[in-house]
Design a protein around this ligand. Structure first.
Ligand SMILES: NC(=O)c1ccc[n+]([C@@H]2O[C@H](COP(=O)([O-])OP(=O)(O)OC[C@H]3O[C@@H](n4cnc5c(N)ncnc54)[C@H](O)[C@@H]3O)[C@@H](O)[C@H]2O)c1
Length: 295
């Protein structure tokens, strides 16, 4: 396999494109927004520059990686010749089903269609295509170039051959694949997102402030960052979308999203990507300041 395509160039899409291109694949990066595509390439350049500074890659590696990347605003031209397509578009079931119908029509019948969804059923996504055996979940973690794990989700009809291929490709990217079953949230988000939601409830009920909650979890549980900071990195809209999928799919009240999380998303405070969440991100990622609303 030499050519792949990534649909969606946001937080995850640019990272996925980066690791594939750095591992020698030709990558088409597709988004409906030209601005997002420009931002994605700038981010990839910056992240490759960091790897040079750390002595992990050379200037030549950086240039080769960038030369393997091409951007497109249309799925049709972007997926041409791709042997694997990874969808990393907005976490919204209707958007994903529409994209998979389109991919199924446009791609060669042998092309494997993977989704980076955090929580939506792989089986349901596969069912809108004529190739359910070739549809699989490939759940990368954020930030993709740094994080070793890829959660591999086998849908009801995913073939063993496709599973084996995707496990092999993940290893080629120098990642560690872990196979899990297709239930809402899989493993990663079944455990992580309710913990984040509980942290928001704890804040909302006045048990402690933003810094106190994050410090307890960082120093007390040896987490590299607190759950509220992590929520800001993931994107509060993404966290809310996953909670809603867990709530609907697992049917238990304990998965109901915290009203504060819902309000913040409605207000457009989505975390690092929007500039404000539980923290204020306007002065950069290193200067962690609690958002004025929570001081
Ligand atoms: N953010 C995380 O930490 C994280 C981690 C793991 C998995 N995920 C999953 O990855 C996926 C992407 O999440 P994200 O955080 O990168 O979201 P994002 O909002 O940063 O990016 C999504 C991108 O998809 C694009 N898009 C929407 N519809 C499209 C279409 N029809 N064709 C092409 N592009 C389209 C949007 O323009 C946007 O740039 C979601 O399924 C999410 O659940 C996110």
């Amino acid at each position: 396999m030499t050519k792949i395509a990534v649909v969606g160039a946001g937080t995850m899409g640019n990272g996925i494109a980066h690791v594939f291109a750095q591992s020698g694949f030709d990558v088409s990066l597709i988004d409906i927004s030209e601005t997002v595509l420009d931002r994605a390439i700038t981010t990839i350049k910056k992240n490759l520059g960091r790897l040079i500074k750390k002595g992990k890659i050379s200037e030549e590696d950086k240039n080769n990686t960038l030369n393997r990347l091409a951007t497109f605003t249309e799925i049709k031209s972007g997926v041409c010749g791709a042997e694997l397509v990874i969808e990393a578009a907005t976490e919204n079931e209707n958007i994903k089903l529409k994209i998979f119908k389109e991919l199924d029509e446009l791609c060669n019948s042998e092309t494997i269609l993977a989704t980076n969804t955090s929580s939506i059923s792989i089986t349901k996504i596969a069912a809108v295509t004529n190739r359910p055996g070739k549809v699989i979940g490939m759940h990368f973690m954020n930030p993709v170039p740094m994080m070793k794990l890829v959660e591999i989700i086998k849908g009801y009809k995913t073939s063993d051959e496709v599973l084996k291929k995707i496990v092999g490709i993940s290893k080629k990217l120098n990642k560690v694949p872990v196979e899990v079953n297709d239930v809402p949230g899989f493993v990663a988000n079944r455990v992580l997102i309710p913990m984040i939601n509980e942290a928001v409830i704890t804040l909302n009920r006045g048990v402690a402030g933003v810094e106190a909650i994050d410090t307890v979890m960082k120093l007390g549980m040896a987490h590299p960052m607190g759950p509220l900071q992590l929520a800001d990195f993931i994107g509060l809209d993404v966290c809310l979308a996953i909670m809603n999928v867990l709530h609907k799919g697992l049917g238990e009240d304990k998965y109901a999203a915290c009203p504060l999380l819902i309000t913040m998303v409605e207000a457009g405070d989505l975390g690092a990507k929007s500039g404000t969440g539980f923290y204020d991100w306007k002065n950069g990622y290193r200067n962690l300041t609690v958002a004025s609303r929570f001081k």
